[in-house]
Design a protein around this ligand. Structure first.
Ligand SMILES: Nc1nc2c(c(=O)[nH]1)N(C=O)[C@@H](CNc1ccc(C(=O)N[C@@H](CCC(=O)O)C(=O)O)cc1)CN2
Ligand SMILES: Nc1nc2c(ncn2[C@@H]2O[C@H](COP(=O)(O)OP(=O)(O)OP(=O)(O)O)[C@@H](O)[C@H]2O)c(=O)[nH]1
Ligand SMILES: [Mg+2]
Length: 445
């Protein structure tokens, strides 16, 4: 792909640092860097040089490093200008590169080129961004495994199998007169079932990987006025949510990321659940229920003075949520001799009583969530989980169609399952998908 232009960007984090790097990729990289450094660059050699402006004055001294295509991060000619980590110097270097014929890179454009040059597949390129954004060591390790292709290899292995099965099915279509069992139909069915099982395993692993990337998703639910928003505020350590004594204060969802001992947790405040309410409140409740569909954990907040009163309104809504923590709030309003509940934590968002136990419980669950990821875990994204689930459905369909000897339909279902898997690694892709993924990267990556 020699018709591409040459891009330039600061590759190091914004702000002052010991060393800062401007990176170039594309056919003019070498010529631009040689003009800046006023010398010839030998591939893969660290040259100590002065970077010069148009008047031959020194912008900075530093290291120029040239990687000749295709042995580079992007697969194109790449040059790194390693200067002092001064934002002023680095911006001037980029401006100089632009004058000499480069264009400022868009976010993620280096990794996008690495993808387009076949150096990384799409799931690996996404893993680069996930590695950079990893909140803790475990998430970084898991992103590293995805970057090394552990996820992609499993996706590809199943995709290859589905293709092979489809070839068999298509071949059988040409012998439409014969019953499929004389054409190895039973073996095909077994093979299809084995791959469906492998896909189930991969889907579970990807769901764990998604949680590992995003952290535990905890939704705060309960009847109106129980103190859900107050609890979010004390857990977040800031007055994020509006608190009033009017029942039905919260309508929109409010997301807040907190860290407990280095483990990340997303808290979502929701509208109180009850019968009735005005149009806005009902929409709030609808959103609350929707959010619970994606929840790993329901933090159920009830009024300690009347926990039974609010329980009925939430019990259905949390039926599908895997983990629950029951909290009785406003414990400060209880008589001192009231018994501790068996299966709930008494807390007070107002006085802070009981919050230590709640913290400990959340830490335990968040840690468990991260641990469940286990050895060999890789990070994954919601997009990957969705694609695997779609592939799984098409595979189930293919299996039914094969049993009915509806071979044309089975072949089509196999093709759709194969395409869904291909979207994960980007072997099948829509251009707007690529734009969407890479635009969420940082500039210079
Ligand atoms: N200075 C610097 N450090 C960096 C990067 C970089 O671009 N520059 N990286 C950027 O993300 C990461 C490392 N990733 C890289 C991946 C491939 C190649 C590369 O040149 N690959 C060639 C040569 C391989 C070899 O010599 O064995 C190739 O694959 O053909 C370089 C960096 C992290 N550290
Ligand atoms: N005494 C006491 N009052 C509290 C406590 N927590 C919250 N409150 C009060 O209870 C009222 C409701 O608190 P919110 O946090 O807005 O309750 P909510 O569950 O978010 O209510 P909605 O958003 O309407 O569903 C406010 O007046 C708070 O000050 C507590 O632990 N003790
Ligand atoms: Mg509220």
């Amino acid at each position: 792909m020699t018709d591409r232009d040459t891009i330039a960007a600061i590759a190091t984090a914004p702000g002052a640092g010991g060393v800062g790097i401007v990176r170039l990729s594309g056919p003019k990289s070498r010529a631009i860097a040689e003009a800046l450094a006023a010398r010839e660059l030998v591939p893969r050699t660290a040259h100590y040089v002065r970077f010069r402006d148009e008047h031959d004055e020194t912008i900075d001294d530093g290291i120029a490093l040239y990687f000749a295509a295709p042995a580079s991060y992007t697969g194109e000619d790449v040059v790194e200008l390693q200067a002092h980590g001064s934002p002023a110097v680095l911006h001037e270097l980029v401006a100089r590169c632009v004058t000499l014929g480069a264009r400022r890179a868009r976010p993620g454009e280096f990794s996008e080129r690495a993808f387009l040059e076949g150096r990384l597949d799409l799931a690996q390129a996404e893993a680069v961004a996930d590695l950079i954004a990893a909140a803790d060591v475990r998430a970084a390790r898991a992103a590293r495994r995805a970057l090394d292709g552990e996820f992609s290899r499993r996706v590809d292995a199943i995709a290859d199998e589905l293709l092979a099965i489809r070839v068999h099915v298509e071949a059988a279509i040409d012998f439409a007169d014969e019953p499929i069992d004389t054409l190895g139909g039973e073996q095909l069915r077994v093979r299809l079932r084995d791959n469906a099982l492998a896909l189930d395993d991969l889907l579970k692993a990807a769901e764990r990987g998604r949680r590992l990337r995003d952290g535990l998703h905890a939704v705060i639910v309960g009847p109106p006025n129980a103190g859900k928003s107050s609890l979010l505020n004390v857990l977040a350590g800031s007055e994020r949510a509006i608190v009033t004594d009017i029942a039905g204060t919260t309508r929109d969802l409010l997301h807040e990321t907190i860290r407990i001992d280095g483990v990340e947790l997303t808290l979502v405040d929701t509208a109180g659940l009850r019968e009735g309410g005005d149009v806005i409140e009902r929409e709030g409740m609808r959103r609350a229920r929707g959010e619970l569909q994606r929840a790993d954990l329901a933090l159920v907040v009830l009024d300690a003075r009347d926990p039974e009163g609010g329980r009925a309104a939430v019990i259905d809504a949390i039926a599908e949520v895997p983990l629950r923590v029951w909290v009785h709030n406003k414990a400060d309003l209880l008589d001192a001799d009231t018994r501790q509940p068996q299966d709930a934590l008494n807390v007070s968002a107002r006085t802070g009583a009981g919050l230590e136990s709640l913290h400990a419980r959340l830490r335990e669950l968040a840690q468990g969530n991260a641990d469940a990821a286990g050895e060999g875990a890789f990070t994954a994204r919601a997009r990957h989980v969705d694609a695997l689930a779609i592939a799984r459905e098409h595979l189930a369909q293919a299996s039914i169609e094969l049993d009915r000897e509806a071979l044309d339909l089975a072949a089509e279902s196999l093709r759709l399952a194969h395409d869904a898997l291909g979207e994960i690694t980007g072997r099948v892709h829509a251009d707007d998908l690529l734009g969407h993924i890479f635009s969420s990267f940082c500039i210079g990556k």
